[in-house]
Design a binder for this molecule. Structure first.
Ligand SMILES: [Ca+2]
Ligand SMILES: [Ca+2]
Ligand SMILES: [Ca+2]
Ligand SMILES: [Ca+2]
Length: 334
């Protein structure tokens, strides 16, 4: 019996490039995009560089072949060996075959439970979305053992409460430097995941005039990214300025989240007065550095998350004094 492997058109299921997958998504290793699994994704493209595989364990050399996630039919090593031998070959597939041949046996069969180079994992199937897809490790998963056991890499969350850090409020004090800001430290321990893929910052601040505030995040490597800068004021430079921003309160009991891609621009924070988040139900913001350094939280992508982060605040106009009460970092790295 021969395993089924068929060509299918490229998937049109919802896909996005963001770093934080939701349940039910899997990485398409051909495009590095997250693709929603499900009925509409039957036939998901699985091209992992050396071979492509069907869900039934069929292997076919080459990167141009599409394996059907909905495939059925044959099972077992014997049938997949037949399929493998009939697959078309391109450059990448040929390289994979050569590596397997060097180990002195049959070419690797994905889904047979035997971990054989160049397979990075082998969980006994070629199914998608379980951490090991086509015998390549899906991100964000780690896989160990033979057959492989795969577990999702969880976001690392560190929350610091009761900071009570006063924010210096005096004329001409803030000059744009970190040294003229007040900073709280948030420590992330090394969990062995070296490269930040996504990060968000949540702060609880008590201040009667949010338009005075500048907030920056500093990584252990020293990268500075400005989360917000005097919301409501188009400040000419990143320093003390007696012009007014948005006249709204911010309360630590209503923390605000900074996360790339949020619909609310941080420059609009407090533009409807009242209490930020509490009264306008806008509690999540995309960073806007204004005249400050950085672009977004993606500034930290690729850095190691481990070490001491600094959450820094400045008050860019005198009168109206506040405190940083809490800070939370949430990081997904692999
Ligand atoms: Ca195998
Ligand atoms: Ca699998
Ligand atoms: Ca501004
Ligand atoms: Ca002030």
């Amino acid at each position: 019996m021969r395993a089924r492997l068929r060509r299918v058109p490229e998937v049109s299921a919802p896909a996005y490039n963001g770093p934080m997958p939701s349940p039910g998504y899997a990485r398409d290793c051909a495009t590095a995009r997250w693709i929603l699994l499900g009925a509409s994704a039957a036939g998901l493209l699985v091209s992992c560089g050396f071979q492509t595989y069907g869900v039934d364990g069929a292997a076919s050399s080459g990167t141009a072949t599409t394996a059907s996630a909905g495939g059925g039919g044959g099972t077992g090593g014997t049938s997949t060996s037949t399929s493998s031998s009939t697959g078309t070959t391109d450059g990448a597939g040929g390289a994979g075959g050569a590596g397997a041949g060097g180990s002195g046996g049959a070419p690797p069969v994905c889904g047979d439970g035997v971990l054989q180079p160049p397979e990075a994992c082998e969980d006994g199937n070629a199914d998608l979305g379980d951490g090991c897809s086509g015998c390549m490790i899906e991100k964000p998963f780690t896989c160990t053992g033979e057959p492989s056991t795969c577990t999702p890499i969880p976001p690392q969350v560190v929350a610091v409460a009761n900071i009570g850090m006063g924010i210096t409020d005096s004329a001409n004090h803030y000059d744009g430097s970190i040294g003229t800001m007040d900073c709280a430290t948030v420590v992330l321990v090394d969990q062995g995941f070296p490269s930040i893929q996504w990060i968000s910052l949540t702060v609880g601040i008590d201040h009667p005039y949010v338009g005075d505030l500048v907030l920056k995040l500093v990584s252990p490597q020293g990268t500075v990214s400005t989360m917000m800068n005097r919301p409501g004021l188009d400040e000419p430079t990143d320093k003390y300025d007696e012009s007014n921003g948005h006249n709204a309160k911010i309360e630590a009991a209503y923390p605000v989240v900074f996360n790339d891609g949020e619909a609310n621009d941080a420059e609009t924070m407090g533009n409807s007065g009242g209490v930020v988040c509490k009264d306008d139900q806008r509690c999540s913001y995309a960073p806007n550095p204004g005249s400050g350094p950085g672009l977004a939280l993606a500034d930290f992508k690729g850095e190691s998350p481990a070490g001491s982060w600094k959450v820094c605040l400045a008050d860019g106009d005198d009168n109206d004094v506040g405190k940083l009460q809490s800070a939370t970092l949430e990081v997904l790295a692999w």
